[in-house]
Design a binder for this molecule. Structure first.
Ligand SMILES: Nc1ncnc2c1ncn2[C@@H]1O[C@H](COP(=O)(O)OP(=O)(O)OP(=O)(O)O)[C@@H](O)[C@H]1O
Ligand SMILES: [Mg+2]
Length: 310
């Protein structure tokens, strides 16, 4: 659905995007993550045919964005990171305007407008003026606008920025609905954990370079290596005995103790959590609690990026 090949974009002496390549399959939900100034918007605007690359190119559904921009525009829905100013325009007029611009036949437009309003939960605002909407509603309207021509690929540039926590959750639900409708979605954000639970692919970009790209589960597996377990003993006195037992179990790569709290890293392909607990109990260690440590996506992001701004 999307192929990016050695994409490069320079603004005078600044290289905003450097040798970027990746591919999205139909139905992929791709989280494009990076700090301020990383090159996300530049990349998205290039795919959306609004910027000409310095080198390299992109293909949307096999169509070259540089050579056939008109064809590409009909199959993409681009949601920019800022909402334009629209005075004296009602919500339905705004959508009708974009539907007309995308050459949706006049007779089909009322139904499509109703459908996208329904989908974005804006039906009650159909006859309101755009400037009267709250920020979150404007964001949803902007998303509704990108859907009027039923595009195959959605390019959403920070759709969640400026939204309150509830609105973020609602937006996520909406994106899940679009995923279920079979759309391919590229969504950018600064925040990795916000995207990881509904994206199947992620990419991390910094200073124009793609540092990491791939399947979310695979990346998490690779980074974490094994799984972690936190075992709390009833007393720190049991810790030496427990450490001895744990170090003798195959599949456990690391054990650290912090008083009565033990941090255990193990490969779940080799040993099971239950077997670890059983070994401790059999050795007469009093285990008070035991919990798997959560994968920390925030840590991953901080490890991969340097936080440097160009
Ligand atoms: N029109 C422009 N002229 C010159 N430099 C630009 C222009 N647009 C962007 N840049 C520079 O290109 C780099 C990448 O910017 P871009 O907007 O793509 O980043 P971004 O990842 O979208 O950041 P943010 O998270 O802040 O939106 C930045 O260093 C920025 O200053
Ligand atoms: Mg941006």
């Amino acid at each position: 659905m999307l192929t990016i090949e050695h994409l490069r974009k320079e603004y005078k002496s600044l290289v905003a995007v450097n040798d970027l390549s990746f591919t999205l399959e139909p139905g992929d939900i791709f989280g494009f993550i990076g700090p301020n100034g990383a090159g996300k918007t530049t990349t998205i605007r290039t795919i959306a045919t609004l910027l000409t690359p310095t080198a390299g190119t992109c293909f949307v559904d096999g169509i070259d964005v540089v050579r056939f921009p008109e064809e590409v525009r009909s199959i993409i829905g681009y949601m920019p990171d800022s909402f334009g100013v629209y005075d004296d325009v009602k919500v339905w007029e705004y959508l009708d305007f974009f539907a007309a611009a995308y050459k949706v036949p006049r007779e089909g437009r009322p139904q499509i407008i109703n459908d996208v309003l329904e989908l974005t939960d804006l039906t009650v605002k159909r006859d309101s003026y755009v400037e009267e909407l709250s920020r979150g509603m404007k964001q949803r309207l902007c998303l509704a606008k990108t859907l009027v021509h039923d595009p195959k690929l959605l390019l959403l540039d920070e759709p969640a920025s400026g939204l309150d926590p509830r609105a973020r959750v609602e937006l996520k639900e909406l994106l899940k609905e679009l995923r279920n409708m079979g759309k391919t979605i590229l969504v950018s954000s600064h925040i990795l954990p916000e995207l990881a639970d509904f994206c199947n692919k992620i990419g991390i970009i910094e200073k124009g370079n793609l540092l990491l790209f791939g399947d979310v589960q695979e990346i998490l597996g690779k980074i974490n290596g094994g799984r972690g377990l936190e075992v709390r003993l009833a007393s720190a006195d049991d810790a030496p005995k427990a450490l001895d037992v744990l170090r003798g179990i195959p599949g456990i790569s690391e054990v650290n103790d912090d008083g009565a709290l033990l941090h255990v890293t193990f490969d779940h392909a080799v040993t099971a959590q239950a077997a670890i607990l059983k070994a401790l109990v059999n050795a007469d260690c009093n285990v008070e609690s035991c919990a798997e440590t959560k994968l920390d996506l925030e840590d991953l992001f901080m490890n991969v990026t340097e936080g440097a701004v160009q």
